[in-house]
Design a protein around this ligand. Structure first.
Ligand code: TYD
Ligand code: MG
Length: 474
């Protein structure tokens, strides 16, 4: 009996559909709740009957005293890549359950195949594919140059989507690391709802969690998300697992970003950047290079900004384009940037610097498919817009760092020194930072550092000729 095996002292008796808005329960699925009339809010919930034993304390449960005798140095499992280790907070914690989420086709199976291939050199690894056949998994491993037919390997492959069968098979293997690809394609025969439904996904994840903890086997499950991050419940899964890894990237760009959004064993602000090549994902230790445009000659409407992700700084290019509008309300578009921040910067430029954009469509883009809503990008956005509007080339090899306040002041941002160091590394000659920022004297010898208090001041020092600014209100 699988439930007993994984210490779940229950057996399923029935299921009901519960409205997530008002709590009304129905015995069948309804598109619209008959009580509160909300659409698509019914989710299947499974009711378990308590077995006779459930009130008894399991004999294996006991208190552990937190004393020197019980102190253990948990050795983390290092991956093939130090960047992935950093994202995980130093490697995988043995016995933890990790969710790797991302849109279909982003490269989840690729990175996990690479992980399985490398880890199996020292650990016993199982790759369970519920989506692909053994041959497909093997072909991928061959493509990644990770399958060695001559040598004995510690990597076992299994193509199966019945979780009960999978757990029974895993029971008899002495494994260190298990990968289940994917949670949406797996089902447990005791749960009646369809493959990929929220209840099926949640219950399967709970059983895998029990398995990982009881056997102390590090387990990674794959979860697909759509653009809205909603489909088939990775949000539900986030509560169950110890660590959530997100793999992001743009369809039309080759770079991928791996980040943690939840980590019970480490911080969550580190990222690793990869490039998808023909033979798998390759780490990019200096990501700034891929996000800078190939166009080296400075042009109106293009500036450089420095954003940060954990201990990494990335220099990227911000571009602005202005055209006269054919609409009654002019169009504003922000690609890779926060739309509302861009609107706010336009309002500040109008009110505090004196520009008028009411007859202009305005497009702002963060080059390379990057996404950031960091306020530190404000200054670069503002200068790019003005530079395009005035058709003036901004100062060469200059990076803009600073948040723009509603009164037109430039506000300090965090990690300014870290950002400046990245500018130095990439050979930039000048950096404009908020006035009052403390910067170590050493940096002044390596790059020209200009402090600006007000937006107009920063614009004046960056654009060689400002032809005219109407009504300067500062
Ligand atoms: P995949 O890992 O199957 O995505 P997911 O599991 O997230 O759905 O990767 C899909 C894409 O990656 C596919 O379009 C092919 C491409 N790819 C490469 O470019 N190089 C490679 O070495 C591999 C294995 C895949
Ligand atoms: Mg896949």
């Amino acid at each position: 009996m699988p439930f007993a095996k994984y210490n779940i002292p229950m057996s399923k008796t029935s299921s009901k559909w519960v409205c997530q808005e008002c709590g009304h329960a129905s015995f069948s699925y309804l598109g619209k709740c008959s009580e509160c009339n909300s659409w698509g809010s019914l989710i299947e919930e499974i009711t378990y009957k308590k077995s006779g034993k459930s009130n008894q304390v399991s004999s294996s449960s006991k208190f552990t005293l937190l004393s020197k005798d019980t102190e253990q140095n948990i050795e983390r499992i290092k991956t093939f890549d130090s960047e992935i280790d950093t994202v995980l907070g130093g490697g995988f914690v043995p016995g933890s359950l990790i969710l790797l989420a991302g849109e279909p086709g982003i490269g989840k199976s690729t990175i996990l195949s690479q992980l399985a291939g490398h880890l199996s050199k020292k650990l016993k690894v199982a790759y369970i594919s519920a989506e692909e056949s053994i041959n497909q998994v093997r072909l991928r491993l061959e493509r990644l140059k990770l399958s060695n037919k001559e040598q004995e390997t510690n990597l076992s492959l299994l193509a199966e989507n019945n979780l009960e069968a999978v757990l029974n098979l895993l029971e008899n293997e002495k494994l260190d690391f298990v990968i289940i690809d994917s949670i949406q394609a797996i089902y447990h025969p005791d749960i009646e709802s369809g493959i990929g439904n929220v209840s099926q996904v949640r219950e399967c994840a709970n059983k895998i969690l029990r398995f990982a903890k009881d056997k102390n086997i590090t387990t990674v499950i794959v979860g697909h998300v759509n653009k809205e991050g909603q489909i088939a419940g990775p949000k539900v899964l986030e509560h169950i697992v110890d660590t959530v890894l997100y793999m992001e990237g743009e369809k039309f760009h080759n770079f991928r970003i791996l980040r943690t959004t939840k980590n019970r064993y480490g911080c969550t602000d580190e990222i690793a950047v990869f490039e998808m090549k023909d033979d798998g994902l390759k780490t990019i230790s200096n990501p700034s290079y891929i996000f800078l445009s190939q166009n080296k000659e400075p042009v109106p409407g293009s500036t450089y900004a420095a954003l940060t992700e954990g201990s990494k700084s990335i220099i990227c290019e911000v571009q602005a384009l202005i055209g006269s509008t054919t609409y009654t309300t002019p169009r504003r578009m922000a690609n890779g940037l926060d739309y509302n921040r861009v609107l706010q910067i336009i309002a500040i430029l109008e009110r505090r610097v004196g520009f008028n954009f009411s007859k202009h469509d305005l497009y702002v883009n963060l080059v390379g498919g990057l996404n950031s809503s960091e306020p530190a990008l404000d200054l670069a956005i503002a200068v790019a817009i003005v530079s395009c509007k005035q058709d003036v080339i901004p100062e060469k090899r200059t990076v803009y760092i600073g948040e723009v306040g509603l009164t037109g002041e430039i506000r300090q941002v965090n990690k300014t020194e870290q950002r400046i160091k990245e500018c130095i590394k990439l050979g930039f000659e000048r950096v404009i930072i908020p006035a009052g920022t403390e910067v170590s004297k050493k940096l002044f010898n390596e790059i020209e550092i200009v402090s600006a208090k007000k937006l107009l001041e920063a614009i004046r020092s960056s654009l060689q000729t400002i032809t005219k600014t109407e009504n300067v209100n500062q």
